[in-house]
Ligand binder design. Sequence first.
Ligand code: DQQ
Length: 553
Amino acid sequence: REQSRPYRTAFHFQPSKNWMNDPNGMMYFKGWYHLFYQYNPFGALWGNIVWGHAVSKDLIHWKYLDDEFAIVGGPDWYDIYGAWSGSTTFLDDGTPAMLYTGWSNVSSEVQIQTQNLALPVDKNDPLLRRWYKSAANPVIVAEPWMDATKFRDPTEAWKGKDGYWRTLIGARLTDNVTGTAHIYKSKDFIKWKYTHDIHSLNGTGMWECPDIYPVWEERKDGLGVSASYPGIKHVMKVSLDNNKHDYYSVGVYNEETHTFTADQPSIDVGIGLRYDYGKYYASKSFFDQKTGRRILFGWVNESDSDLDAITSKGWSGIQAVPRKLWLDPKTGVDLIQVPVEELDGLHRAKVTKERFTLEAGSVTPVEGVHGPQLDVQIKFFKPEIKEDELEFLFNGTDRASLQAQEICSQMGAAHRGYYGPFGVLVLSAQDLQERTAVYYYLQVRKDRKWDAVICSDQSRSSLQTDVDKTVYGTYVRVLESEKYLTMRAIVDHSVVETFAQGGRTVVTSRVYPTLAINDAAFFYLFNNGTQDVQVHSFNAWKMESVDIVKLKL
Ligand code: DQQ
């Protein structure tokens, strides 16, 4: 790890150089996990998009296969400007088939999007190194009434009881404001017919990278996309081009009416819950046939400037640590996301502390917890707030109407609250000149009940001025029956991924410290509230580096 490149991550997937965005077509095939990704071979900003390709045995140690990209746009017209996002489907004989979007032109003025099929040249090659494009491409073009410039990102196809495949294409209706996803059906995977819009929501704009998959109501294991049994729900996720966030909703997919209906319309797709309340976009899940999990990949973009990407870094974009995903049986509406357990294989130098007090107004280092590569897991006892304490929490002002993110930015880590802010300072300079604070803050609502807010405060993360230091935060659902508030922060040089309440709520942020780099990255516990907080357990590990290299054949 060169000193001059302090922002390159040590155990997140990123290409050796240049731009990367969406994860595409992940699958487990003949002993290897495959990750494809939107990649610019010629520079550190978006453009010239091809499908990069990497493989791994464990979702953590990756090898590049990018001498020859999996899919490259052209020379035919239908993807001449680039090979955009798409997904893998296993056909009946087990062949992985890619549906992807081609960026193209019908005239010199009009650029459109088409959907195309690519297949492995050798379907017995576990590395799936070479792909060819179907002679039938494009296999889907927009209907005349659709906006062909807002028509992309086919999902993995699922098979209905009628024996037909179905895929979803993300879109925006011609009213320019309604986001939707079109279902197309096919018997042979080549001839596709527009069937119905699975769902749409006014005001949400273009739906990029849709995803739809079944989840068990009561079980943590995953399901293949075509599963249809009693005791399952469907999750629908869309990436909103308007605000660059990934939203999901739990509901019912009806094969006969070709519709998805959210269980709770107030938290419908695009207006309710998000996978991540920080930076996380264009995600895609897949069913891991090796272990039976559903696994989520998501792109984490940079928060520094384009100039930094081109000049000092030479790269942009990382993939978040892959997350196992299941429906929270306790709430029925939230997904639980946790880093895949393979990540624990990188744990080194464990530090454990049990049952201690995090004193009001304290900032304390923890012996042995240091550096830019950490996994920190903390269980706080949930404070028991007595009726006569509520007015202190209330803080004199009625903040209940503010959004959690505003609470986080107004009640930054330096704020003196009642219960909170309490949590961790990571990637911190020894003298705290730079620090990224991840913390809980308890907030009383109008109805006198309290809410927990989780915040990731980047405002003091770097002395650099040309980076986006937006403070992220959101409410965390904490059930009456739950005794703890939990937090897991995964730190890797320029990224901090925070999993709150066992993964019910996730916040990812990018930070670019100038002092708190490499060995000068310090760690502290802090409690800036006026009340002590009791810690049930604290566990932290240094994370081993993963050197991503080219696969030697
Ligand atoms: N990125 C791809 C598109 C997709 C967008 C192009 C989402 O297919 O809609 O690189 O980030």
